[in-house]
Design a protein. Sequence first.
Length: 319
Amino acid sequence: MKVNLPINLLFLVLFIFSSNNLFSQTKIKLYNSTPSCDLNKKDVIEETELDLRFFEIENPEMWYYPSEHKKEENNAILVIPGGGYQFLSFTNEGTNVAKWLNSIGIDAFVLKHRLPYNYNGSCKQKVAIEDAQKALEIIKKDSEKFKIKKIIYVSGLGVSNSTTLGYFISKLKAENLIRNSGLDYTIFRASYIVGPDDPLTQNLDKQIRNGQLIIPGSGKYRLQPISIDDVCKIILIASINKKLSNKTIDLVGPKTISFENYVKKFNKSRSQIKKISLEQALHAALNNPQKALYGVDDLSIMVGDFVSDHKKLEKLTGL
């Protein structure tokens, strides 16, 4: 049977387990009392034609989507939407993913977690990881009922024990949380995952509509993009293939390309391309983050020039 994979499937954490439709409610609160670091936040939502985005979270929770097509016992997945920790792309990377999973007989939980961008100090590093940990605790609390099998986590290429970038530190903490969970796991450290709705594509499309594409710095730093179709296939392989058990694997495409050449290939409308200094791009990111084309973490990841060997991934998955 051919499965149409959602092009915007950007999984951050997947918990794979057997589900007997134990949750009847649509929304599951993570906390019965006020969570740590709470500063009287309210839901701040931006709704567009294609996406529902949360920029601030009042009540961290999981949204449950049961499948009407499942068998007596079937897999279920907890989906954590992305957004660079500045917002949650809740439709593109959450509910749309849940609907696709439902269509192939899999229950889905979508995590609505707090955003580090809205916090300072130690809380900035803490809130998203704390919410993910709480979601795991809720699921593990009834682990015999859920029969949890495995965790699949999509981290970031460049994460290491020596990292100093806040975004990578958060991902490293999540990796260690998963390694210490006592469950089977596969951790993927992903390069840029690309498709029609990925954040980089949306960013460049927006720049083209504004008439000019901006390249921070020299543009010589490299990407190793991998298609979202391949990512979906690899995640499904990891859920059943024992060769990927308890491994940390770089999730990269077979070819590297400089950011400058990537932008040129993307620019089919032949819009003007302009280079600006990294200092200018960083100044915009720090002083006007809502309007900046590239965030601080975006710039740090890009100039980090993170690449890897695709052959290990190919050997393990055949892709």
